[in-house]
Design a protein around this ligand. Structure first.
Ligand code: PLP
Ligand code: COI
Length: 343
């Protein structure tokens, strides 16, 4: 990519040099194949196309200050994919295969790894699909595991640019005893209708509530929720949200910085008591929340507004952001041993 392009990157697809994949058939994973063509050949009856037998992951590779390339906690993504695959009843790559394909895709696409200092990174999208042709509703026997990548910049606006959100009282993303805790493509499909309404009303993100009572905060459409109150880092405890690796890391970082960490049910009314609120996740990193509107329905023009900031990221969120990105870009000692080197 041209050197001038890195700073303009958004979170969107760029064709890179290669994609990798391997197939599970007759009880074993086959050879890892590398292809320059990012189209794949698939039976029109593959389970992924009819019954959404698919799960995916998201992680990033960073070009560090010292020139080294780091992957952030890939074994956590491997474990989460194994959990999602178990729920779908399909074979999953073991952690060794997962991480070796993470390393390989980065090495084969170094031209697309943004240089240090651009604030951009190479996003890895491990994807697992039900592969064999099938008609009955059942878990696929064969699977295809793909390792894809794309250089990315900020998810919404610029890095640390505050984003607004609306609470979805009349839509759920996941059911009470359903799929919210797994990273299934179907969860994202289920969020699109409400997300599109929110976008049409000028909101960038949707904040979902717990589907059982609609009184507790769950998570955003593509990230977890966190808040700052005094010296506390507060984040929801819920069975219907994705166990975010970024959030888990931020809990550790916050405690290490001397903050109290609370993972517990968080009510909507409590929003009024928070000094800072944010989204956290691989794609959004930390994105501060400017305001959250609580509406009787997403379509409604009425709202109760909870405001956290106009334009600036709050000081505690900023400190957390600088610490986690500092570890990822090799600027701060990785004392928790989270990063692995690609070479
Ligand atoms: N919640 C949802 C719905 C997500 O899509 C993501 C993104 O992966 C997250 C939370 C954050 O998870 P992680 O920090 O592991 O990327
Ligand atoms: C991520 O943060 O990696 C995600 O998967 C969120 C979104 C882009 C789906």
């Amino acid at each position: 990519m041209a050197a001038t392009d890195w700073s303009k990157l958004t979170f969107s697809y760029t064709k890179t040099s290669t994609i990798l994949y391997c197939k599970f058939k007759d009880g074993v994973w086959g050879e890892v194949e590398s292809h320059t063509d990012d189209n794949i050949l698939l039976s029109s009856f593959a389970g992924v196309l009819h019954y959404s037998i698919e799960c995916f992951e998201g992680l990033k590779a960073f070009r560090g200050k010292d020139g080294n390339v780091r992957l952030f906690r890939p074994e956590e993504n491997a474990k989460r994919m194994q959990n999602s695959a178990k729920f779908l009843g399909i074979p999953a790559p073991d952690t060794e295969l997962f991480i070796s394909m993470c390393r390989q895709i980065v090495k084969e696409n170094l031209d697309f790894l943004p240089p240090y200092g651009t604030g951009a990174s190479l996003y890895l999208r491990p994807t697992l699909i039900g592969y064999n042709p099938q008609l009955g509703v059942q878990s696929s026997k064969e699977a295809m595991f793909m390792m894809l990548c794309s250089p990315v910049g900020a998810y919404t606006g610029g890095n640390l640019e505050p984003c607004n959100a609306a609470i979805a009282r009349n839509y759920d993303r996941a059911a009470t005893f359903g799929t919210g805790r797994y990273k299934l493509g179907g969860n994202y499909a289920a969020s699109l209708y409400s997300l599109n309404i929110a976008h049409s009303k000028g909101y960038k993100a949707v904040l979902y509530l717990d589907p059982a009572t609609h009184t507790l905060i769950d998570e955003f459409n593509s990230s977890n929720f966190f808040a700052i109150k005094g010296n506390k880092y507060i984040t929801p405890l819920s069975d219907t949200i994705l166990p975010s690796i970024t959030n888990k890391s931020l809990e550790t970082v916050a405690a290490d910085l001397g903050m109290e960490v609370e993972r517990r049910p968080v009510t909507v009314e409590e929003l009024a008591t928070f000094e800072e609120a944010g989204e956290c996740g691989t794609a959004v990193v930390i994105t501060p929340i400017s305001y959250i509107d609580d509406k009787p329905s997403l379509e409604s023009e009425e709202y109760t507004r909870y405001r956290f900031t106009e334009t600036e990221c709050g000081p505690k969120s900023l400190r957390l952001y600088k610490t986690i990105t500092g570890i990822q870009y090799g600027e701060i000692e990785d004392k928790f041993g989270w990063c692995i080197f690609v070479d």
